[in-house]
Design a protein around this ligand. Sequence first.
Ligand code: UAG
Ligand code: ATP
Ligand code: API
Ligand code: MG
Length: 487
Amino acid sequence: MQLLQNILQNVNVLGTHGPLGVQVQAITFDSRQAKEGVMFVAMPGVQVDGHAFIPKAEAAKAAAIICETLPAQLQEGMTYVQVRNTPEALGQMASVFYGHPSRKLKLIGVTGTNGKTTSVTLLHKLFRELGYHVGMISTVQNQIDEEVIPSTHTTPDAIRLNELLAKMVKAGCSHCFMEVSSHAMVQQRVAGITFAGGVFTNITHDHLDYHGSFDEYIKAKKSFFDMLPKNAFALVNADDKRGPIMVQNTKASAHFYALRKAEEFKARIIDNTIQGLHLEVDGQEIWCKLIGAFNAYNLLGAYGVAVLLGEDPMETLTVLSSLNSAAGRFDYIVSDSQITGIVDYAHTPDALENVLNTIQQIRDPNQKVITVVGCGGNRDAAKRPVMADIACRLSDKVILTSDNPRFEEPQAILDDMQKGVKPLDFKKTLSVLDRKEAIKTACMLAEPNDIILIAGKGHETYQEIKGVKYDFDDKKILRDMFEQFGK
Ligand SMILES: CC(=O)N[C@H]1[C@@H](OP(=O)(O)OP(=O)(O)OC[C@H]2O[C@@H](n3ccc(=O)[nH]c3=O)[C@H](O)[C@@H]2O)O[C@H](CO)[C@@H](O)[C@@H]1O[C@H](C)C(=O)N[C@@H](C)C(=O)N[C@H](CCC(=O)O)C(=O)O
Ligand SMILES: Nc1ncnc2c1ncn2[C@@H]1O[C@H](COP(=O)(O)OP(=O)(O)OP(=O)(O)O)[C@@H](O)[C@H]1O
Ligand SMILES: N[C@H](CCC[C@H](N)C(=O)O)C(=O)O
Ligand SMILES: [Mg+2]
């Protein structure tokens, strides 16, 4: 419980109506949660404008209403606060309300198209092994040490984020590693948050439906580095063409890591096998359990963060070499007849290409590669034909299928994917709309020693169709099919 005037201390207030001495028990941006003691913040949205729900919040007797535009008629006894930008104000208010938790631990944000979950998971495991109490905020799950808190977004909204960080502080966490998505930057979910460091993994094609253009997507990622304070570090993948752009205007101290250039943190791949990566990191040789060249970047980035946070380089490398990847990232099982089934969250063209290139590098020439892949509905449609083409180019057989169709027609998504299949590849491509059937088909087609890649859903344990999440687990289905068909 706090006084409204206290909660507003860092907000750029344009005007107020009504008493500011009201008590606030909770903050919400959803009118359906507004009630006595709960303050309502009217936020712009993709579907609707939260300002349209001010009458609902008034009727629910909300503690106060924070908005950019005041309603034409103000209710007697209600407090209204007009601000320039409600998402920004929400971030600042949530930080104050929860006691500025981001200032009480070392918070490191990781942004980039691919590798965020892998990086924060590695960092969480690494710092746990180094003896710290550690928080993690990720697509797969949030964590306070080993306690798992389910995650709904890659980056939670400002209220949930501050609430989570406050729990971490209370549990004695000294560090938190979190993913910062481009959606979160545009929607200012991290406004008011103090970061001790930021990491840029890479940027490739994704989310153009939301951002409109690649330039806008780059700007969204860059805005994270623009907000870092002077005493923070910005650790950037220098092998990515857009790496230097990220830190063009940052106040933080810029540091770089690379595999292809000589930078402050550098690594070289000595060997890349199904057993893992043999790397040379800053002149030191290590074996890691993670598979694929792209994971050399994730490992090197995590190493750079640890060193920048003052950890011992040798100890860091020793622990990194013992760590496994995050769930659903190059997650594999081997059947009785030595068919390797890989479940991977590759849902962007770059990720799919990386995973398939890795498979091509580590396979024996006689092992065929069968790829099962779909694309999500209500997401960037431009990546659909590109992903189908990549799958065809780097596999012996491709089964195009559904991912999470959400509110789109599954067949229409499949049609978009099929447009990317070149005539020469028609023969090796099948379309099986039902994902379970598609996995079954792949298992039936596979011969001993072949490799099946099931891409796109990784750790997800559901398939989202028209707003309903049905149980669906790629890895479990794959295991069942191997058993059912005696593979
Ligand atoms: C596209 C997008 O990001 N949408 C997010 C956005 O919803 P929205 O803009 O559609 O909201 P809206 O329905 O238009 O409503 C606008 C405002 O009116 C309010 N409202 C609405 C109805 C009502 O009756 N009363 C009311 O007050 C809403 O609470 C909201 O504040 O704001 C919501 C509240 O924070 C988010 O839950 C929602 O995430 C949706 C569910 C989502 O799927 N987001 C994905 C795309 C996302 O954010 N993904 C990234 C990761 C991407 C990646 O890098 O891979 C993530 O960080 O998870
Ligand atoms: N550094 C990397 N560069 C390119 N591809 C990667 C990298 N790391 C992982 N990948 C690929 O991208 C997929 C997603 O990885 P991860 O979940 O770590 O990324 P993410 O950035 O968290 O994704 P999301 O935006 O969905 O949260 C992996 O399954 C793998 O195929
Ligand atoms: N964070 C990503 C996840 C995509 C996962 C894929 N399975 C899909 O549903 O498209 C998104 O929300 O776009
Ligand atoms: Mg993620």
